[in-house]
Design a protein around this ligand. Structure first.
Ligand code: BYC
Length: 315
């Protein structure tokens, strides 16, 4: 009897997904759908928060007041994205504290890209242009993901990512209109960030363990390789327009496919970085743990105030 009921529930659930009706927090959902969302949305939230670190590193060294204001706004936006996404995770029945503790204990993943260092000001251009550019490609699709709170968070996030991408491309464009040294800095930043940006889309479709099920549930609307290809197609002409060379000797427009062909991604490097052995993994987690410890007094003060107010209200 119970099996029948579960079957029926599962059937209704899939019918809703197939009809593009959003799943909301109080709706019945299969355990694995819930688990998949908790995994993906919390990884996404952690990426936004850890993603503040490589750019936060340059706020005090921005070359002008305008650049500083823009970068500051961008980094603050990332904090906001993290908060919307932690809230979306909470709607699935997990606590924010536990989710963050999992990150600090190294139990969960966040985007590989944030384990690379930002060595020069040009990296602020490359990160905005390429990393946020890749993020938009992935996240515009997620505005139509099947889980309501995640899809709605994505709409606002995408608007902000679009500003982030443009400010990055503007930095690159200015550098490419500058001195020989500035051009060299921009090219060097592209050389270092191009391949890690392609890796952001995740393993190839043949290697991706979650894609098939996530596509069936419409959590993902496109596969990793489809989005990676769309990113390459959109970004190569932008590089060419400002005189940058994409560091890939195999990159070539394929008339027949209507897409760029590109070289092989170093998947060993990707898995090393995802596994905790990238250039900055240790430093990133240490920075997050320290931020939590340093902020303990703020949380204590806030809670004390809330408790005092409650006592006063009860008097
Ligand atoms: N890095 O089966 P797959 C931003 C993991 S932040 C690390 O294809 P799925 C921004 C994957 O989790 C951008 N791990 O998985 C912020 C899985 O491991 P588990 C973040 C990766 O979920 C500040 C395993 O590899 N965006 O925009 O179907 C400044 C197998 O992969 C990565 C999001 O998080 C990676 N790159 O597809 C600027 C978007 N790729 O969990 C910008 C939301 C894969 O089984 N997430 N893995 O242990 C997604 O769209 C999907 O989760 C992914 C992966 C496409 C990333």
């Amino acid at each position: 009897m119970e099996t029948m009921t579960l079957e029926k529930l599962a059937e209704n659930f899939q019918a809703k997904i197939d009809a593009d009706i959003k799943i909301e927090p109080n709706d019945w959902m299969p355990d694995n759908y819930r688990k998949t969302l908790i995994r993906q949305i919390s990884q996404h939230a952690h990426s936004e928060i850890v993603g503040m670190l490589p750019e936060g590193n340059w706020i005090t060294r921005a070359p002008s007041l305008r650049r500083k204001a823009v970068l500051l706004a961008k980094v603050q936006d990332e904090a906001g994205h993290g908060l919307y996404l932690y809230s979306a995770t909470e709607t699935l029945g997990v606590s924010r504290e536990d989710t963050i503790d999992d990150l600090h204990q190294g139990k969960v993943k966040y985007s590989s890209i944030f384990n690379y260092p930002t060595l020069t000001w040009a990296d602020m251009g490359a990160v905005g242009w390429l990393v946020d550019g890749a993020a938009i490609m992935n996240q515009v699709a997620l505005c139509r993901t099947s889980y309501g709170p995640y899809a709605r968070a994505m709409v606002k996030i995408c608007k902000e990512e679009s500003f982030h991408q443009r400010q990055g491309y503007e930095i690159m464009t200015n550098l490419m209109n500058g001195t020989a040294l500035q051009k060299e800095m921009a090219q060097d930043a592209l050389n270092r960030f191009w391949w890690p940006a392609l890796m952001m889309f995740g393993p190839s479709d043949a290697e991706s363990k979650h894609t098939e099920q996530s596509m069936r549930w419409r959590v993902k609307r496109y596969t990793n390789d489809e989005l990676r290809q769309a990113f390459v197609d959109a970004t190569v002409p932008q590089a060419e327009l400002i005189g940058l060379t994409v560091p890939d000797p195999k990159l070539q427009w394929n008339e027949e496919r209507g897409h760029y062909d590109f070289g092989d991604i170093d998947w060993d490097e990707f898995w090393q970085v995802v596994g905790g052995n990238g250039p900055c993994n240790k430093e990133r987690i240490e920075a997050r743990v320290k931020a939590k410890e340093d902020g303990a007094w703020v949380r204590e003060a806030a809670t004390a105030f809330a408790e005092k107010r409650k006592m006063r209200e009860n008097q």
